[in-house]
Design a protein. Structure first.
Length: 80
């Protein structure tokens, strides 16, 4: 996915231009092609097992203790 056009647009909208030759996104960019991300059920289960159950709920309004206790049940759907 190429985010160059999006970056260029926001670079011109949210910046202070100093001269007419200002280019917020030069030809040589630091963006690289994204690599494939492999999500496995074991990996999801491992992450869920490391949840801190003493923290408060997040933006999803689910307490980490609930997610932790249900980790074996929800690991497969979360993987999909």
């Amino acid at each position: 996915m190429n985010f160059g056009a999006l970056c260029k647009f926001f670079g011109t909208v949210f910046c202070i231009e100093t001269d007419d030759n200002y280019d917020p996104l030069p030809e040589t960019t630091i963006f690289k092609e994204s690599t494939s991300i492999l999500v496995t059920e074991d990996g999801v289960l491992e992450r869920l097992s490391k949840l801190n159950i003493n923290k408060s709920e997040g933006p999803d309004l689910m307490h980490p203790r609930i997610i932790y206790e249900l980790r074996n049940v929800i690991a497969y759907p979360l993987t999909k």
